[in-house]
Design a protein around this ligand. Structure first.
Ligand SMILES: Cc1cc2nc3c(=O)[nH]c(=O)nc-3n(C[C@H](O)[C@H](O)[C@H](O)COP(=O)(O)OP(=O)(O)OC[C@H]3O[C@@H](n4cnc5c(N)ncnc54)[C@H](O)[C@@H]3O)c2cc1C
Length: 419
């Protein structure tokens, strides 16, 4: 296909991987981003897990109960903070509709296979470019405090195993043998599911390193440039208006994370994406020999952890609360209370770097990676809790679609037509 001029809207991990794949396919690519660097919004300080073994959709038969109980209890995996916003309620109703066992299984199959597909592309991008991002292979550890929790997770894992995901059931001794950094936990955990194929790394470092490589390939990045309006004539987008002037292209790819719905609503495109808030804390590792070797999730404590170079990141919480990213130090007290006993022996929690991020969540958990009803506007949005994991695969799919090639992935579950 002849080279096209393509404008990517947003430079999070999804926008930058998209720009890279399009440039690699020979197109003339520019990227518009309101922040002064890439990956400053949701891709800034996420949990870092590249985790096909976490490919479950969040809408599940247990989710409605968790959300309801969260109205009076603080210890639920998904927390609902009702807002006077009909958009939130409409999204919630769609989410609840996805919570049947049948839909959960179907949706999880889509997200899991997309994560697997994406891992191949992320590894390919890393090989092609040589980008470094405090990455670790060697798997991830999914820890369970109670024997019942472990047994139930092992049963549920049949769904993932049937898709080829390796998940090894481990006693707490086996777990510590695999990751001696978890020695302090041996007496408090029933065991773990170990996913040898999962990986981790810093999405912010990855994205900015990839910006440099993309620039070398000719991609133009317009940072500090806020998109104010997309302008349509008939079936086509004709320009993007920004606070730094207008931009035009043959094709446009929307990758604006949680802000995507606002940018296209006036075009009649109704994206079912709502922000789900999470908390993240990064601290220096003080004793590398005693620190965890690989990342993981302490399930019943609802906390993810990830060594990233000489830092340790811990993250928690899924709050359906709206667009507010503000926080106080007190908001992090529950996370600190969980993290310090687990990692206080190897990391310094006296001055953590706090961060709050908003996951761009669709009700069914899969992103929307497709052509939009406006012919030359493409959508790569709604990657929810797995956007770091899914970004490489979604970028490859969009590049194939724009080039008129059939992607090497069944895109039925990634369509805009949301019913
Ligand atoms: C606490 C937490 C933990 C997570 N952990 C993991 C994990 O372990 N593994 C995993 O796979 N995923 C994880 N995620 C999810 C992952 O971080 C997201 O899915 C991913 O970062 C979304 O990337 P994005 O590029 O779509 O969005 P963003 O990173 O938000 O990028 C969108 C970009 O668009 C720009 N933009 C928006 N509007 C405009 C405008 N009007 N003009 C110009 N630019 C605009 C923004 O500034 C932004 O840079 C986590 C998320 C959170 C919050």
């Amino acid at each position: 296909m002849a080279a096209r001029r393509i404008l990517v809207l947003g430079a999070g991990v999804v926008g930058v991987t998209t720009a890279y794949k399009l440039a690699a396919a020979g197109h003339e690519v520019a990227v518009i981003e309101s922040e002064n660097r890439a990956a400053m919004l949701t891709s800034f300080a996420n949990a870092g897990l590249l985790a096909p073994a976490q490919g479950y959709a969040w809408a599940s038969p247990s989710a409605p109960g968790l959300m309801l109980r969260s109205l009076w209890r603080g210890d639920q995996a998904i927390k609902l903070r009702p807002r006077a916003s009909w958009r939130q309620w409409r999204w919630m109703l769609r989410f609840l509709r996805e919570c049947t066992a049948t839909r959960h299984t179907k949706n999880s199959a889509v997200t899991t296979s997309l994560c697997q597909f994406s891992q191949l592309h992320m590894n390919r991008i890393t090989r092609e470019t040589g980008v470094t991002y405090d990455s670790r292979d060697g798997g991830l550890m999914y820890i369970y405090r109670s024997a019942e929790g472990l047994a139930s997770a092992d049963r549920k894992a049949a769904m993932l195993r049937s898709q080829g995901i390796r998940l090894e059931l481990m006693s707490s001794d086996d777990m510590v043998a695999r990751d001696p950094g978890l020695a302090g936990l041996a007496a408090h955990a029933a065991g773990a599911l170990y996913a040898p194929g999962d990986e981790s790394g810093d999405a912010h470092l990855f994205t900015n390193a990839l910006v440099e490589k993309a620039e070398e390939m000719g991609v133009a990045f317009h940072f500090g440039t806020r998109i104010t309006r997309l302008v349509r004539r008939g079936d086509a987008l004709i320009r993007v208006e920004t606070d730094k002037g207008d931009f035009t292209a043959d094709d446009y790819v929307l990758c604006a994370g949680v802000h995507s719905p606002d940018l296209v609503r006036h075009l009649g495109i109704d994206l079912p994406i709502w922000p789900v808030r999470g908390y993240s804390m990064t601290v220096p590792i003080t004793d590398a020999a005693a620190a965890p070797r690989i990342g993981g999730v302490d399930y019943e404590n609802l906390m993810a952890y990830c060594p990233m170079g000489d830092r340790l990141r811990v993250t928690a919480t899924a709050e359906i609360a709206g667009y507010d990213r503000g926080f106080t130090e007190a908001d992090f007290a529950p996370l600190l209370e969980k993290a310090r006993p687990m990692f206080g022996h190897c990391a310094d929690f006296s001055n953590p770097k706090y961060w709050v991020g908003l996951r761009p969540m669709t009700p069914h958990g899969a992103p929307i990676v497709s052509r939009s009803p406006v012919g030359n506007l493409w959508l790569n949005v709604g990657h929810g809790h797995l956007g770091w994991t899914m970004s490489g695969g979604c970028a490859a799919i969009i590049a194939d679609l724009i080039d008129g090639r059939a992607p090497n992935f069944d895109v039925k579950g990634l369509q805009y037509d949301f019913t």
